[in-house]
Design a protein around this ligand. Structure first.
Ligand code: NAD
Length: 516
């Protein structure tokens, strides 16, 4: 049964006003508001107040004070709080998924899938709370113990993009919480309501457990003001920033300027290689989901498809047929496979991209138009677009955040890998083949240069168990599973002398009191 989100008095979709600042309680001072529009039909979903300078200050102070308490609670007990949060996310899965769909425009199964990611990472973090292992090693000195341990780091700033309004926060937040950090979340100004909903759900659990204010916090506002304040704030040892390469380059400089740490999760320009022996049935399904899913607005969206020339005609014909059959429309409708783009600016970027593609000699095989008629009139809909491209096109270098897929023929495996790696981003990649040598070459040191490399599955839809992130201009950060937790903690190397002598390392003798 669907449990409605507590702050919507009515099933989702009713326009209302909400504060954008939370530090244990909702607070608002200023008059500036964000009008949150649904890309589905352009209607206002709500108005959210922007965090003022005073509110920002209070939030950071609360996060610092709460850190002093939270860091001393044993990690498995922090895990217990995250476990309860995971249960609470399950309760609101349907409503929260629907809100994500209304606010961001992804289809309902993807909206709910995003909440499932939040649930999965909460479960992962609960187990992790008993596995924040440090290693012990052998000391070269007698009666000495040498080991490493991990301590909570401090308040963590989490800056997120519009396209995963909930999951990306979850990857950071659930892990950072069990690591003993407090959180300050700055969501995209395009999706503040999903953030408010998540904070409210987490706060239910914090309040039920009588925990102090300030463990989980929210600030809202433009990147250039609120985001910039977080990036430059010395009191925040770690900034995890997800978004465009342009934003990441700037945030990296600001955080490095104060010698803070950053985790950068930036743009992708993901490629798939179809070898001549590929299982085309599998490839077709993977390419459709990877290129058209979320209307091409995933960081892991397939943007470039390198196809062996021997199967180019056959595969592009099937793909073109499948593209023409894609139902574009209201993402709440069960038949819809592709919803709208996020806003008018994204549609304008799509239009400019299509114009440039044609100018550069790309051939549009399917799509290419903005949809404006009838039920499309109020929202931001475009056609999923297939382009027969050539390697000299400048557009191949660009992450146009829209459903545009470039097909690039190749003759040899080496040519395909070289085409694949010839972009400045390095997030996700895949090869379709039945040949072990092709697969291992792609996964080997001279193969894909991305943070994620797959065989016979697409580039998107990663599981939370592995570390997620990319190389080159994607920023080098890693989030979610595996040992990504280490970035959210302070590493300490400890040497303990339980003997009665004071031997120095490297056998150094220093004065009469020291022996080896
Ligand atoms: P964006 O860069 O416009 O904004 C992302 C966030 O950064 C927003 O919260 C924004 O307010 C903030 N921001 C902007 N300027 C800032 C500044 N000067 N200082 C601090 N914060 C600032 O990105 P977007 O359009 O919301 O999202 C799409 C982009 O995000 C795409 O490039 C996509 O590939 C990328 N993305 C990457 C990943 C990943 O894990 N690699 C995941 C999701 C999205």
């Amino acid at each position: 049964m669907e449990t409605h989100l507590p702050f919507f008095e009515h099933p989702l979709g009713k326009t209302f006003h909400h504060s954008g600042t939370f530090h244990g309680h909702w607070h608002e001072e200023g008059a500036e508001r964000i009008r949150d529009e649904s890309p589905v039909d352009g209607a206002a979903l709500g108005h959210v107040s922007v965090t003022t300078e005073n509110d920002y200050e209070e939030t950071i102070q609360k996060a610092q004070e709460a850190f002093l308490v939270w860091r001393s609670i044993p990690a498995p007990k922090r895990g217990e709080i995250v476990r309860q949060m995971g249960l609470r996310f399950r309760k609101y899965k349907a409503s929260l998924g629907r809100l994500i769909t209304l606010e961001m425009g992804k289809i309902l199964p993807e909206g709910e899938g995003e909440v499932q990611e939040l649930i999965d990472i909460a479960d992962f973090a609960v187990g992790l709370s008993r596995q924040l292992y440090g290693m012990t090693t052998q000391s070269e000195r007698p009666s000495h113990r040498l080991y490493e341990q991990w301590h909570p780091l401090g308040p963590v700033g989490i800056i997120t993009a519009f396209n995963f309004p909930v999951a990306v926060f979850g990857w950071n937040a659930m892990i950072a919480l069990v690591c003993g950090d407090t959180l300050i979340w700055k969501p995209s100004s395009k999706t503040p309501l999903s953030a408010i909903a998540v904070i409210r759900i987490m706060d239910e659990v914090l309040k039920e457990n009588d925990l102090p204010e300030g463990i989980v916090n929210l600030v809202t506002g433009p990147g250039a003001a609120t985001g910039e304040a977080l990036a430059g704030d010395k009191r925040i040892p770690l900034i995890s920033a997800t978004g465009s390469v342009r934003m990441g380059k700037h945030v990296a400089r600001v955080v490095a300027g104060r010698l803070g740490r950053s985790i950068l999760e930036l743009g992708g320009n993901n490629g798939v290689i179809l070898m001549e022996d590929a299982n085309l049935e599998l490839a077709l399904q993977a390419v459709l989901f990877g290129a058209v899913g979320t209307a091409g607005q995933r960081c892991t969206t397939i943007r470039r498809l390198m196809i062996h020339e021997g199967i180019l005609d056959q595969f592009s014909e099937r793909l073109t047929g499948a593209y023409r059959a894609i139902q574009v429309g209201n993402p709440l409708e069960p038949r819809t496979l592709m919803g709208p783009l996020i806003d008018g600016e994204a549609v304008a970027q799509f239009e400019t991209a299509v114009e440039t593609i044609v100018k550069e000699g790309g051939k549009i095989l399917s799509g290419g138009r903005v949809l404006k008629e009838g039920s499309y009139a109020e929202g931001f809909y475009v056609e999923p677009t297939l382009v027969l491209a050539h390697p000299e096109m400048s557009m191949l270098q660009k992450e146009t955040f829209a459903p545009i897929l470039y097909l690039l023929p190749f003759k040899t495996r080496e040519e395909a890998i070289s085409l694949h790696n010839a972009v400045s981003q390095g997030l996700s990649s895949a090869m379709f083949t039945q040949n072990l040598r092709h697969a291992e070459t792609f996964l080997g040191p001279a193969g894909s240069d991305c943070g994620i490399a797959n065989i016979n599955i697409g580039t998107s839809g990663a599981e939370i168990g592995g570390a997620f992130g990319g190389e080159k201009e994607t920023g080098g950060g890693r989030e979610a599973g595996s040992d990504a937790w280490k970035a959210y903690m302070r590493r300490q190397t400890c040497t303990l002398n339980w003997g009665e002598d004071m031997p120095l390392a490297q056998g150094i003798r220093f004065g009469s009191g020291c022996t080896t």
